[in-house]
Design a protein around this ligand. Structure first.
Ligand code: ZN
Ligand code: ZN
Length: 143
């Protein structure tokens, strides 16, 4: 952590707050999601800083005589924590949509358009794991 990023008492207060939030809630990338035990799990997670996309650093590529070098500049927006201090639900999409199994045995996700089988690991029984869309699978006619 680069201490020089903090230049005034307000930022210092903000840093203390952000650190407390980091202890209280999981990061979106931390795998705080337990869909195996709880298929409908939709935990509160820390909102990622949009300026650095949650990395805490803003990457920059600079050309020099030998080629290119990547630099990670400390993100001032989030004081390098990668978070805004806000929390949000892991999946924003909570509306359930009914989808029928097609003739190939596939369910086409209305959220992202990808197809999967009913027994796929990509389906939690309630949600398409990849995009979070809630899906109620309805059996095709006559089966
Ligand atoms: Zn940031
Ligand atoms: Zn999907």
């Amino acid at each position: 952590m680069n201490q020089h990023l903090i230049t005034d008492p307000e930022q210092c207060k903000r840093m203390v707050f952000l650190m407390a939030m980091l202890e209280a809630y999981p990061r979106r990338s931390d795998g705080g999601l337990h869909l195996e035990e709880y298929p409908d799990h939709n935990p509160l997670v820390l909102q990622d800083c949009s300026a650095c996309r949650g990395r805490g650093k803003i990457m920059r590529c600079e050309a020099d005589a030998e080629g290119f070098t990547m630099y990670g500049d400390p993100c001032a927006a989030c004081l390098q924590t990668g978070i805004t201090g806000g929390v949000e639900r892991y999946f924003e999409n909570t509306r359930e949509i009914e989808v029928a199994v097609d003739s190939h045995g596939l369910v086409r996700c209305p959220g992202c358009g990808k197809g999967f089988t009913k027994r796929s690991k990509k389906f939690t029984g309630l949600r398409h794991r990849t995009c979070g869309q809630r899906i109620k699978i309805i059996s095709p006619e006559g089966s």
